[in-house]
Structure formats: C-alpha cells, structure tokens
Write a protein that binds this ligand. Structure first.
Ligand code: 9YT
Length: 130
C-alpha cells in the first residue's frame, strides 16, 4: 500500500513548476499503478494550450473556475468544482483559468516525473514503455 500526503510532497522534487501552473505528482510511473496522479494548481489568468499526443488525461476540478476549449470543434465548456474532463481522443485544447483552479489529474500511461511540455503542448512518449 502506498500512503502519501500532498502537504508532505509539495516541498519535494515531486512538485513541478511551469508557466501558469504547478503540479504535485502524488503517483508516478515507478509506483506501478499504471497511471500517474497529480494535484495541479492553475494560476488565475493562465491560458494553457495543450495536446497530449502520447497520453490520455482525465482532469477533475476541485476548486476554482475556468473553461476548456476543444480546438477541433471550437466548443467551450465551463469548468467548475465537480466537473471532470477526459481527453479520450488526445484532444487539442486550451484551458483557461478565470480564478486559481485546483485540479486532480490522472495520466495514462503514467508520467515519469521528468517530462516537460514540448512546443505542441505534449509530453514525450515514454521510451521505456515502447
Ligand atoms: C490540467 C493540466 O493538464 N495541466 C498541466 C499539468 C499537468 N496536469 C501535469 O503535468 O501535472
């Protein structure tokens, strides 16, 4: 069994900071769960264009308010506490935070913790998993 605390991990290398967001990775690939699990804070006013070509991601909004735009269709959805979005088609999207948002995110395949977004807003495929 793995038991961990967000409070304990947020001051360690499991916290990753980037433009407009910070994320604490509570579960990573080497935990062997088949997915990774992150608590991500999106800063107020952030506009994040992303395209996870190598991963599926589900994101549940715990707090805050914003929107997600599907860049294939142009459709926008309101994101608020209780709403989940799942990028089941590796959907190109823009996440906009009106206020600071706290999100719980699961990635399949799991991220290793070393990834950074490339210019297309993707994380690279895990070479070891191929
Ligand atoms: C909501 C979202 O996808 N934000 C980007 C960061 C990502 N959740 C991560 O790497 O933890």
């Amino acid at each position: 069994m793995i038991v961990r605390s967000y409070q304990a991990l947020k001051g360690t290398e499991r916290r990753v900071d980037s433009d407009g967001w910070t994320s604490v990775r509570l579960l990573l690939k080497n935990d062997g769960m088949g997915f990774s699990f992150h608590i991500t804070t999106i800063y107020a006013g952030a506009e994040l264009k992303m395209h996870y070509q190598n991963h599926l991601e589900a994101v549940y909004c715990i707090s805050g308010k914003g929107s997600i735009e599907d860049l294939e269709t142009g459709v926008k959805h309101e994101i608020k506490p209780g709403v989940i979005y799942a990028l089941d088609k590796h959907d190109r999207h823009i996440l906009r935070a009106e206020t600071e948002m706290t999100m719980a995110c699961a990635f399949n395949p799991p991220v290793t913790g070393k990834e950074v977004h490339d210019e297309s807003g993707a994380y690279p495929a895990d070479e070891e998993a191929a």
